[in-house]
Design a protein around this ligand. Sequence first.
Ligand SMILES: [Zn+2]
Length: 260
Amino acid sequence: MTHQPRTAEKVIKSLSISDPGAIDLEAIAWLSGAKVKYRELDGCDACIAGRADVGRAIISIDSRSMARRQRFSLAHEIGHWEWHRGHQLMCSKDDIGGSGKSRGLSKEAAANRFAAELLMPKFMLKDAIRDFDRLNMRTVREMATHFDVSLTAMAYRLVESDFHPSLLLAYGKDGRRWFIRSKSIDEKWFPKNTLDRESSAYSILFEGAEDDGHMSTIDGDTWFDVGWADQVELGEQSFRTQDDEVVTLLVARSDRMLAD
Ligand SMILES: [Zn+2]
């Protein structure tokens, strides 16, 4: 029988999973014929070796990674097994991620999309976000704990899901690395290439300041070159993800940023 690839939502629904705590990835892998092993890996964060003809695979996860990282990696490999069955894949740190680095049309991007949808199914997100009246990093942190994913993965998913018009941006010392914008925000709001000294993200990245404890209000011209950007206000909250990277959540506070 030929295997029919399933979306993450289909996998979740077929098992009647209705709560994030019940998303047992090892069980999901096992039920689709993949066994999971945790060991020290060289040269990749996770990999899969499987045979499409017999429908069996071994997924290996680097046991030295952080727990939530391992969880995202496993969901990513389950995505490969669903969609790229029979391919032997070695996935690096850059391949696997809840961030914008490997988005697009590649196999890695497809596996990341699958992982995000498997770990944070839309219908569960919608339900959980009702408990929060605003989007800030406290909301992201509580949602991330509830779904057992990283802050970046959750922030990315919330911005992409457009519950609140917002953007998520990552900067290194050499400038912008990636960003994502809710669909409801007009495309002219394209973030600057480098961090403005007025932003707290700048202080965190270049001056060793601590992560923002709360969301502050800032004028739009700190982040955008749009001519009248100083007339709109945004909520801004930043956190460090690595030594050399800061991620910022921007939440629109003005309808003037919305697409027509
Ligand atoms: Zn991969």
